[in-house]
Write a protein that binds this ligand. Structure first.
Ligand code: NDP
Length: 400
């Protein structure tokens, strides 16, 4: 029998919700391009419930306990005295969400002799030291596509919010004000602007498709070129690298995974190549940007705005400069964990667990590392190496 250790974010401050704003969520048939939705044998939750917090338990307790496994759920993930570190040495399977990541560093992996499987409830397994996981022969899997469209909607929202200066205007009415000039002195139309994505995978392509309707000029760069038919349909300009893309774009959105190739890609040098007054939206991973370079660029005016929901580490320390830098639309890491997305990735985690326990193969598209080798989605989009360095700083959030 296995011990499954699951790290989820805390319940709402006022307690687990007794009811919800809406009675249902739309039932989808498949993802764009035809990939089928998660297909576990059953689910023990109602789609639309809060599943990603500790009391939601990703809807897994009944399944795991009926099969005789031990299921430990905690939000206490950082530092040597955390529940996660206490439970890890006897865990066989770890489940974690990128929004509240249980960093699986090489040191932690070394302390977990029984660990065989790390499941990311969502997309993006950079909180796992993939190099160490590979060397240890682990399997790492994530729920590919589960929240890609959720994030693409968020990216479009953030681009519009920055360009049109929505958030400061909203704050004006909350403060009882009405000074229109203050609201519009930084407000523009998106129409006609050049918008580019670094990374044109599931999210990046969905962003391009959604932005097409805004009559913007669309640009992208990626390690693999999109099919010619898609380039023609969306009237895309391909760039061989990020330098070329950022030099012509008014808005840049980051949609590549964090791996050694993309870590700190957005640094002083690359930001200096952007047009003065460009906007940057990053919902991919905080560490893709150099933290202080972003602050400097907003303060100098090189960037007109920055928005995103991803930080490093997470939770961000209370004195993280992105909380207070000017012209920003930052939120905690929320774009991929709408209630709609939770229903999909909770079902996907269950599908992976059923496969694992029944000895059936995990879908190729969910695999990042398969018993020690980059595989499936991982082999396509990641490079080996480690991006977890510095994650111990997440413990500082517990201070005060
Ligand atoms: P995909 O794997 O579908 O797309 C990622 C794309 O990035 C791929 O096309 C890949 O290229 C490309 N890429 C990789 N390295 C580079 C590089 N150095 N330069 C340019 N492009 C590169 O993933 P998704 O679109 O579904 O997700 C992307 C990322 O978004 C995730 O890895 C995760 O970090 C983040 N994310 C954030 C969420 C949130 O809640 N904020 C939720 C979900 C995801 P190729 O495969 O062609 O080599």
């Amino acid at each position: 029998m296995a011990k499954v250790l699951c790290v989820l974010y805390d319940d709402p401050v006022d307690g687990y919700p007794p009811s919800y704003a809406r009675d249902d969520i739309p039932a989808l048939d498949h993802y764009p391009g035809g990939q089928t939705l998660p297909s576990p044998q059953a689910i023990d939750f109602r789609p639309g419930e809060l599943l990603g917090s500790v009391s939601g338990e990703l809807g897994l307790r009944k399944l795991l306990e009926e099969r005789g496994h031990t299921f430990v759920v905690t939000s206490d993930k950082d530092g040597p005295n955390s529940a996660f570190e206490r439970e890890l040495p006897t865990a066989d399977i770890v489940i974690s969400q990128p929004f509240w990541p249980a960093y699986l560093t090489a040191e932690r992996i070394a302390k977990a002799p029984s660990l065989r499987l790390a499941i990311t409830a969502g997309i993006g397994s950079d909180h796992v030291d993939l190099q160490a996981a590979s060397e240890k022969g682990l399997t790492v899997a994530e729920i590919t596509y589960s929240n890609s469209i959720s994030v693409s909607e968020h990216v479009v929202m953030m681009i519009l919010a920055l360009v049109r200066n929505y958030i400061p205007s909203n704050q004006t009415v909350i403060r009882g004000g009405w000074n229109i000039a203050d609201c519009v002195e930084r407000s523009y139309d998106l129409e006609g602007m050049a918008v580019g994505t670094v990374g044109a995978g599931r999210i990046g392509t969905a962003v391009l498709r959604r932005l097409k309707a805004f009559d913007v000029k669309l640009h992208y760069t990626d390690r693999h070129r999109l099919p010619e038919s898609v380039e023609r349909e969306l009237d895309l300009t391909f760039h061989p690298n990020a330098e070329s893309l950022v030099s012509v774009c008014d808005v840049v959105t980051m949609n590549a995974p964090l791996h050694p190739e993309t870590e700190h890609m957005l640094n002083d040098a690359l930001i200096a190549k952007m047009k003065r007054g460009a906007y940057l939206v990053n919902t991919a991973r905080g560490k893709i940007c150099d933290r202080d370079a972003v602050v400097r660029a907003l303060e100098s005016g090189q960037l007109a705005g920055y928005a995103g929901d991803v930080w490093f580490p997470q939770p961000a320390p209370r004195d993280h400069p992105w909380r207070t830098m000017p012209h920003q639309g930052m939120t905690p890491h929320v774009s991929g964990t709408s209630l709609s997305a939770q229903a999909r990735y909770a079902a996907g985690v269950r599908e992976i667990l059923e496969c694992w326990f029944d000895g059936r193969p995990i879908r190729e598209e969910y695999l990042i590392v398969d018993r020690g080798m980059l595989a499936g989605a991982g082999a396509h989009s990641y490079s080996t190496g480690n991006t977890t360095a510095g994650s111990e700083e997440a413990e500082r959030f517990k201070e005060n």
